[in-house]
Design a protein around this ligand. Structure first.
Ligand SMILES: *Cc1c(COP(=O)(O)O)cnc(C)c1O
Length: 451
């Protein structure tokens, strides 16, 4: 029995579960999606909360610029650029046997400074928020000070009295660890079994304590939570429930809005924007999607992408059971090459807050992620990690579902005017030999298919 029902019972009430359990690539466009005017209130956060997070990041810019010289070009603001995928777009049409309308773009969070993944948004934001709270309370800092003073031995000695703990499949640990250690915190990262060795090595070289587990992400998070509960000086970064992580991600949207304007791209009812977001526990794509809905209203359509072996958010929203069920409950193994996406149980907070604001969910096989990784490199010269490719098939899934287009009021003229944005979530810090192995695998799979 799964949540009071047999597997056959689930197949009868929710037929797509059969495809998910069979690990087939599956798409589901959400019939419960509602206008922003009705559904934004579900989140319990507002534009003022996002503005507050944005202002906090601005206060820290002078510190970041000093502590991380790679952020000097953006004056201490951690942001990535966008680029059109002119070469890849026709290859996708060919690959998926479909005419694809609209323009295809990439958001390059794969190249975010400091930690090279989307976690440089939420993870770093939460560390900075915690540091600011402590420093203000401890008299180390006033709100109108130049935060560059935090790059000092005095500040590091102050933060050295405090600990930060987090459970992670890798990238969140990298962001929390690198940022926390730079400020002087004692950081412990509880790493799940699937975390890459190079990420553990990198963190240890920054003076971070890495604890390794033989089990998956949920267990690593649980252990991190336990450590923090026993120690009042320890702040636990709760990837499954954190509002601060969520807000750190949400700031991306206003910045994207500026970038699209600068590129001359309109977003309105006649010019919709589709955004494809790789989803693990849901905090990063959820936070970004919340910001997008605030920034663009009903003109933006947010779609989450997950590996076929880890469709936790898809299952959670589709069944309405959210964090009450895991993919393992359905016999799905949660084993995937997509770092950051190997999560078996979705965030209950994000699923419930965002379920009426998300247009759809789909799954992608690991083999397809590798093929797309090689295609992206061949066509655009861009090197991404497997999880960062999960958003690429989204444009084809949208084009394949006429029923969804009709429900969403997307006629062929509107589709022709659309912009499709693939959110590339990681890759820039992958070591060269590891990247070569990813590429070799993808090229081999492409070649095999070409026969
Ligand atoms: C963490 C991560 C995601 C997804 O973020 P969640 O908050 O876990 O949903 C996507 N891509 C990469 C590379 C990540 O590290």
């Amino acid at each position: 029995m799964i949540s009071g029902k047999t597997l056959e019972g689930w197949y009868a009430s929710h037929p797509l579960i059969r495809d998910l359990v069979a690990l087939q690539e599956t798409s589901w466009f959400n019939p419960a999606v509602a206008p922003v005017a009705q559904a934004l209130g579900d989140v319990g956060l507002t534009a003022a909360d996002v503005a507050d997070a944005s202002a906090r990041l601005a206060r820290f810019a002078s510190y970041l610029q000093r502590a991380f010289p790679e952020t000097a070009g953006s004056k201490g603001i951690i942001e990535s650029d966008i680029q059109p995928l002119l070469q890849l777009s026709p290859l996708l049409a060919e690959r998926y046997g479909q005419a694809l309308q609209g323009a295809l773009w990439l958001k390059r969070d794969s190249h975010l400074p400091i930690s090279g993944s989307i976690k440089a948004r939420g993870g770093i934001y939460e560390v900075l928020k915690h540091a600011e709270d402590l420093a203000l309370a401890g008299g180390l800092l006033a709100l109108d000070d130049d935060y560059a003073v935090l790059d000092s031995d005095r500040a590091r000695a102050f933060f050295g009295q405090y600990k930060i703990a987090v459970g992670s499949t890798g990238n969140l640990g990298m962001s929390i660890g690198i940022m926390g250690a730079a400020l002087g915190f004692q950081v412990t990262v509880h790493m799940s079994a699937d975390a890459r060795q190079w990420k553990k090595d990198r963190l240890r070289s920054h003076g971070v304590t890495v604890v390794e587990y033989a089990s998956d992400y949920s267990v690593a998070v649980e252990q991190g939570r336990k450590q923090a509960e026993a120690d009042p000086t320890c702040h636990f970064v709760d990837d499954e429930n954190s509002v601060n992580l969520f807000l750190g991600y949400s700031v991306a949207a206003e910045r994207l809005k500026g970038q699209l304007t600068q590129a001359g791209i309109a977003v309105d009812a006649q010019h919709p924007l589709f955004v494809y977001l790789p989803c693990g526990v849901g905090g990063a794509p959820g936070g970004v999607a919340f910001g997008l809905k605030l920034a663009f209203g009903d003109a933006v359509h947010c779609i989450f992408a997950e590996p076929t072996h880890s469709p936790c958010m898809f299952l959670g929203v589709y069944t309405g059971l959210h964090d009450k069920i895991s993919v393992q409950d359905f016999g799905i193994d949660n084993v995937t090459a997509a770092d950051g996406l190997a999560v078996g149980r979705a965030s209950g907070f994000v699923g419930q807050a965002m379920q009426r604001l998300l247009d759809g969910f789909y799954t992608v096989s690991d083999e397809e992620l590798y093929c797309l990784l090689a295609l992206m490199e061949r066509s655009e010269g861009l090197r991404l990690e497997p999880s960062a490719l999960a958003g690429v098939p989204g444009i084809a899934r949208v084009h394949a579902d006429r029923g969804y287009q009709a429900r969403a009021g997307l006629d062929s003229q509107t589709m022709a005017n659309a912009t499709h944005l693939v959110w590339a979530t990681g890759g820039n810090m992958v070591p060269a030999d590891e990247m070569q192995a990813y590429l070799a695998k993808g090229r081999q799979l492409l070649e095999n298919a070409a026969g």
